[in-house]
Design a binder for this molecule. Structure first.
Ligand SMILES: [Zn+2]
Ligand SMILES: [Zn+2]
Length: 106
């Protein structure tokens, strides 16, 4: 039986899009915002490869981490308040449902 849980948060993956497919969109953003970090970005992304799980609806590769954990991983990796705000804004992520995310940078 397929393991359908995210390897990071252990929640079932309900939106099976793999991190490699998500990374294509993020890479375009990084190429504009911080092109010098694009190689490090791909290293960070591929560090999540190799897990088994449900199949990605786009490319049929196994989905090891959920959308939320992947975006949170990249968010943390950015380690730059301006970039992080831009990232959240651009991708419209709701990391902090219970409070405005601006609070995180004060
Ligand atoms: Zn997760
Ligand atoms: Zn995929």
């Amino acid at each position: 039986m397929d393991n359908t849980d995210c390897i990071l948060c252990r929640e079932p993956v309900t939106n099976p899009v793999c991190h490699a497919c998500l990374a294509d969109a993020v890479a375009q953003w990084i190429a504009e915002e911080a092109p010098e970090r694009i190689e490090a970005f791909w290293r960070e992304t591929h560090a999540l490869d190799g897990a088994d799980g449900v199949r990605c609806v786009h490319c049929a590769k196994p989905v090891g981490v959920c959308t939320y954990c992947y975006t949170r991983t990249i968010f943390n990796w950015l380690r730059d308040g301006d970039l992080q705000l831009s990232f959240v804004d651009y991708f419209n992520f709701d990391f902090y449902r219970d409070r405005p995310y601006q609070d995180r940078f004060e």
